[in-house]
Design a binder for this molecule. Structure first.
Ligand code: FMN
Length: 383
């Protein structure tokens, strides 16, 4: 990536030529086709395509080749993890199907159903990513309209509601496919929505993490998502000092050498971010992901709340990264910061890094710039 004082490199190379073709093809051809469908349908179609790619024997090698054609690795170590590049696909894309019960989800795993579409193909295509969120128990997610896009601000909104197969089935599924898992991936565990009892919350998070460890899985990191806005919960209630201390100390104690990252909301007050950062430092959390989506009225239905992401979130996410980075520097903490919110270009990547992030995550940018977004960001960031 760009370093201060680095000369601008010549932009002609086979890689640059290929990315120029890809950029044009996605913008002029694929995106208009995708945008003819409602966001949910376009997303479902992508997920079905990924499930197909997961099955095709040659797909992983072809997708890896495509990734290597599009971007060279740019290895960095962030928050205890050696990453091929400081640009990761955020949680919520490779997250699995929803189920009504654990028995149903486990039966699907036993009968060979691909309950986490993209688990094999997506990491080959995009590099490092975070799978999940997974909750202790499966969830069907919300019904009705759950996704929106706003091309004018390059934003998305969703109220998917933590649809997922549950941690036990997800762990069993991935455990059975251990040999085909990518070298670097994270597992995102969300606190159980609707659970007020602090002790039950702690127990369920620990059970969820243990399912993965007991299946012999050793992800490069775990993320604890205490900030999902799209459930019946008030995410702010989970992001208190005392709850964070209880959860983080319990999880780091069972993770051993595996780093723990924590994902926060974009709408806490400055003092709260400072208090939480102190707790993360104290409990051995290695990174904060700043941020999750911002609760906002759903377009056309102000009675519903849907998490805002992309361009509409960028300003808030940047403010949080800056606030955390200043506090980290003031207190000489070593918790690292992963910027997430509206990163979709070299410029927005540098904005996050300049604000104090050590790496970034993205989701909504995929909608507007397609699956090779990380390669585009990397190329633009280098020039
Ligand atoms: C459709 C959708 C589903 C998401 N699901 C999850 C999730 O399950 N867990 C999570 O931690 N974040 C989830 N997110 C939040 C993203 O990981 C990310 O924090 C947020 O979208 C901001 O990044 P962006 O502006 O690049 O989209 C989801 C986002 C979207 C758009």
């Amino acid at each position: 990536m760009r370093k201060a004082g680095t000369q601008r490199q010549s932009s002609f190379s086979p890689r640059a030529a290929w990315l120029a073709v890809y950029r044009l093809a996605y913008q002029r051809l694929l995106r208009p086709i995708l945008f003819r469908s409602a966001p949910e349908q376009a997303h479902e179609r992508m997920i079905r395509l990924l499930a197909l790619l997961d099955r095709l024997p040659l797909a992983p090698s072809l997708l890896s080749a495509l990734r290597h054609l599009s971007a060279a690795d740019h290895p960095v170590t962030v928050a205890g993890v050696s990453l091929p590049a400081p640009i990761l696909l955020a949680a919520g894309f490779v997250k699995g199907q929803g189920f009504a019960s654990e028995a149903e989800a486990l039966a699907a795993v036993a009968s060979g159903v691909n309950i986490i579409p993209g688990w094999k193909s997506m990491p080959r295509l995009v590099g490092a990513l975070e799978m999940g969120s997974f909750t202790r128990w499966p969830r069907l997610g919300n019904t009705g309209r759950v996704m929106w896009r706003d091309p004018a601000t390059r934003s998305s909104q969703n109220r998917i509601g933590l649809k997922n197969p549950g941690a036990r089935a997800a762990a069993r599924f991935l455990g059975q496919r251990r040999r085909d898992l990518p070298p670097v991936f994270g597992i995102n565990i969300a606190v159980s929505p609707g659970v007020d009892d602090v002790e039950q919350e702690r127990r369920e998070v620990l059970e969820a993490v243990r399912f993965f460890l007991d299946e012999g899985l050793r992800p490069a990191w775990f993320t604890l998502n205490i900030s999902c806005p799209n459930t019946e919960d008030d995410p702010g209630a989970h992001q208190t000092e005392s709850r964070a201390r209880l959860l983080c100390s319990a999880v780091t104690a069972i993770l051993g050498q595996i780093p723990l990252w924590v994902k926060l909301s974009p709408n806490l007050d400055v003092e709260q971010y400072c208090r939480l950062l102190a707790v993360f430092q104290e409990t051995g959390v290695r990174a904060v992901i700043a941020t999750n989506t911002l609760p906002a009225p759903a377009p056309g239905d102000s009675g519903l709340t849907a998490g805002l992401a992309g361009g509409g979130l960028r300003g808030d996410a940047l403010r949080v990264v800056r606030c955390l980075a200043e506090e980290k520097q003031r207190q000489r903490y070593d918790v690292e910061i992963i910027g997430c919110g509206g990163v979709e270009s070299g410029e927005t990547f540098h904005d996050m890094i300049d604000a104090g992030a050590q790496a970034v995550q993205y989701w909504t940018g995929l909608i507007y710039r397609g699956p090779l977004l990380a390669a585009l960001i990397q190329q633009e960031a280098e020039h």
